[in-house]
Design a binder for this molecule. Structure first.
Ligand code: FUL
Length: 486
């Protein structure tokens, strides 16, 4: 063979083997898995709540239902100013309480006279839901709505069919009149002495789905998003996105622990949302003030850092505006989160793992945990776990002193939850010494270390799991607020 013939032959062989090297398929999911809408919701991480209504004017949390509509008179309601608060917090979804337990409707419902239409506000021609949804849309924020099942005003409450029909008619108004609604909140709360009444959740939920196909339905029991079981913004240190919905009765006490931790044997994907107010109350009260940055960061770590979405409430005041001080606090909170997570001290590291599905170039390499994308992930081979167990390790570039990488005190681990939640127990080692351990990981697990550590290698040991673990990210951060540096 001449030299050029040899070259042509060599090229032909190379092209043929390239064509033959079909890609290794992704592993099978571990059921249950999230819907597209649930995944979108999960990736929002922080969303906002606006409690505003009759209680804002009566200095109460639970109105009696006997308040006169004339009491509702915000002098300068401006929903686009509320969106300044949403922008300060950097959220992409905001939920408005359209009707709280007192039954007063913030939109001109055709099915009751107890609404903004009967109030002096804007001569009875105002519609807070309209202002809110318009303002949100104008700022690129998605809108959600809360419609309290418990209604202390309406005389139909207690007459099962009549009230369920009324409630459903209001759902129709809210879900057909205001464009796309991303989340609807069904609150299980009800006073001890309230009339005994069965809510027709099945009818309500199916109607919601018919009217808004990509909405997420929140209640104690989902079906899409569940309550976390407390109002402190704190999930369990073990927190599964899965539960068995059949174990949960909406509004029933005693299920809080189950909701807080979820269920590793759960057949339903219903991840938790942590609702908490920036102030002591859900509604605005003159003498209350916002939590400080360190309290808000604790809440962030205990919610977002434990596989949840944080639903943070900032109540507008009786003028119809969010207090400037609250907006300033949201801005500080956001800035703190950016300070901590805006810099990844794992950047520039190399990654290796106990094995890589399809090899180093098979699409599931260890390096995927460093690429900043949710869609890519590290997957081990199926046989891996039988040998040394599953682990992934970052090797960091040396600092000038050659001793270790820059110090960090937060370790971030993220599972590729689109394929199911798998990790049951994990340990974090720095240069061979354990620095943190925990149970579940889920969409995001944040470990705060009591003191910053340096080190060349960070290894995540996945000690127990349902199926092979799939990890989409590992990050290292320095939180100056923990270390008392700020
Ligand atoms: C609770 C309600 O009773 C509170 O007033 C508030 O709306 C909170 C978000 O849910 O169950």
């Amino acid at each position: 063979m001449t030299g050029s013939a040899l070259l042509r032959w060599g090229l032909a062989v190379a092209v043929a083997s390239l064509a033959e090297a079909a890609r290794v398929a992704p592993p099978l999911p571990v059921l249950p898995i999230p819907t597209a809408a649930q995944l979108r919701w999960q990736r929002r991480e922080v969303i906002m709540f606006f409690h505003f209504g009759m209680n804002t004017f009566t200095d109460s949390e639970w109105g009696t239902g006997r308040e006169g509509p004339a009491t509702f008179r915000p002098a300068a309601l401006n929903a686009s100013q509320w969106m300044d608060a949403a922008a300060a917090a950097g959220v992409s979804l905001a939920i408005l309480v359209a009707k709280h337990h007192d039954g007063f409707c913030l939109w001109p419902s055709a099915y009751t006279e107890h609404s903004v239409s009967a109030s002096p506000w804007r001569g009875g021609r105002g519609d807070v839901v309209r202002d809110f949804t318009d303002a949100a849309r104008a700022r690129g924020v998605d809108a959600g709505l809360y419609l309290s099942p418990w209604d202390r005003h309406d005389e139909r409450y207690g007459r099962e069919v009549a009230y369920n029909e009324y409630y459903l008619a209001q759902l129709h108004e809210l879900l057909t009149g205001y464009g796309s609604v991303s989340e609807i909140w069904f609150d299980g709360a009800k006073g001890k002495n309230a009339k005994n009444m069965t809510y027709h959740f099945h009818e309500w939920f199916q109607t919601v789905r018919q009217l808004q196909s990509s909405i997420n339905i929140f209640s104690d029991a989902g079906p899409d998003v569940r309550w976390v079981g407390d109002e402190k913004g704190s999930a369990g240190t073990t927190c599964w996105s899965t539960v068995n919905r059949s174990m949960i009765t909406i509004g029933q006490a005693g299920i809080e622990n189950y909701l807080n931790s979820g269920d590793p044997r759960g057949m339903d994907w219903v991840p938790p949302e942590c609702d908490v107010s920036i102030r002591p109350g859900w509604f605005w009260h003159k003498n209350e003030t916002a939590k400080n940055v360190s309290q808000l960061l604790d809440i962030y770590y205990n919610s977002v850092g434990r596989n949840c979405v944080l639903l943070l409430n900032t109540p507008p005041n009786s003028t119809g505006l969010v207090d400037d001080a609250d907006i300033a606090m949201l801005r500080k909170f956001r800035a703190a989160v950016t300070t901590i997570f805006g810099t990844d001290l794992a950047a520039g590291s190399t990654a290796k793992a106990s094995s890589e599905r399809g090899g180093r170039h098979g699409g599931f390499a260890a390096a995927n945990v460093l690429d900043g994308r949710d869609e890519t992930y590290w997957a081990p081979t199926a046989e891996d776990g039988r040998k040394n167990g599953y682990w992934i390790e970052l090797r960091r570039p040396a600092t000038a002193d050659g001793v270790g990488g820059p110090p960090f005190n937060v370790v971030r681990i993220q599972e590729h939850v689109a394929m199911g939640q798998r990790v049951e127990r994990h340990v974090v080692y720095v240069d061979g010494a354990p620095v943190a351990n925990g149970t579940t990981v889920g969409h995001k697990r944040l470990h705060r270390l009591s003191v910053p550590v340096s080190g060349r290698t960070v290894r995540i040991w996945l000690a127990a799991r349902r199926g092979t673990p799939l990890v989409s990210a590992v990050g290292l951060h320095l939180d100056p607020f923990v270390a008392g540096m700020i």
